[in-house]
Design a protein around this ligand. Structure first.
Ligand code: MGP
Length: 288
């Protein structure tokens, strides 16, 4: 990265440089060490915002109701943050990926682990968490998801059951994770228009989003990793997600999947798929 704003424009056409006043600091005294001012611009009016981000800027209060207090988002943050109202959740301990969700979860969860493979995005998330006063409840971990999962796993248990037969090896974790919330990159804003690898050019105008389109791992692998640390998973995916693929993630004889449609006014924005004890009627799965 050559400067604090490097990498903010995906649009390769030459653009007029917009001058954004960077405030000296956005967080109050005492919070200097978490202040990420300079890592991303804090826009205050549409004229400062690159054209392709304007539609997201118009929704800034939906993403962060405290946006005007100095919340910071980088380009990927603008198009992939979960609107605040959709992130509200109620469990005692959670695991999640990016700032918007982590902050919302931290308002009701005792402890949240936010994992991201970008140091800049984690710094922005922590900055935003300070604005919401929840930074102490969130552990920010710089890692890719597979490495994070591996780091939690310790040697399988080797206890024997009373008859002397070895027990089925069970995954043991160094930290108990109650819930995993997955909100992976969907391949950018074109998720709604790009045909997946498995679709032909003659597919309908809004082709289905398939599991091979998430990055950096295919969605089914991401799901398996999450299920190796907890059966209780919430998965935030596009509104055009192929539902059969989601159904195929679980054994229908063992459990059901619940789908929640995330509406903002008259627009369907996304789908959240719930697994394990998060599904209505499957509360018994919380018992170990
Ligand atoms: P959108 O469809 O790109 O934009 O994203 P918009 O303007 O809300 O919808 P439009 O129909 O008016 O054009 C809708 C929502 O999906 C965003 O608010 C994000 O919460 C979520 N989202 C979008 N993208 C591209 C991603 C992504 O890559 N990853 C994740 N986790 N969420 C995303």
């Amino acid at each position: 990265m050559s400067g604090p704003y490097a990498g903010y424009s995906q649009d390769r056409r030459p653009q007029k440089k917009r001058k954004v006043e960077v405030p000296h600091a956005l967080l109050g005294p005492g919070w200097e060490r978490y202040d990420a001012t300079g890592l991303a611009p804090h826009y205050t009016h549409a004229g400062q915002v690159p054209h392709h981000i304007r539609k997201y800027f118009a929704q800034r209060q939906r993403y962060f109701s405290l946006y005007n207090e100095g919340c910071l988002l980088d380009e990927e943050g603008w198009y992939s943050v979960t609107p605040e109202r959709m992130s509200m959740y109620d469990h005692s301990r959670c695991f999640c990926g990016v700032g918007g969700n982590a902050i919302a979860f931290a308002q009701t969860c005792e402890r949240v682990i936010a994992v991201d493979n970008s140091a800049v995005r984690l710094a922005l998330a922590r900055h935003n968490a300070v604005i919401y006063g929840v930074q102490d409840r969130i552990e920010f971990i710089l890692a890719d998801f597979p490495s994070f999962v591996r780091s939690l796993q310790v040697a399988p248990a080797t206890e024997k059951v009373s008859g002397g037969q070895p027990d089925r090896p069970r995954n043991r974790l160094s930290t108990q994770i109650d819930v995993a919330f997955l909100s992976p990159p969907w391949g950018g804003p074109s998720y709604i228009s790009s045909p997946s690898k498995s679709q032909s050019a003659s597919s309908p105008p809004h082709p289905e989003f398939t599991m091979d389109m998430t990055a950096p791992l295919p969605g089914d692998q991401l799901f398996s990793l999450a299920r190796s640390i907890t059966p209780h998973v919430a998965y935030y995916l596009p509104r055009n997600t192929n539902l059969e693929e989601i159904a195929g993630l679980v054994d229908p004889k063992e459990e059901k999947v619940e789908i929640e449609e995330e509406w903002m006014g008259s627009k369907l924005k996304a789908l959240t798929f719930y697994f394990g004890g998060l599904v209505n009627g499957q509360e018994h799965l919380w018992i170990d």
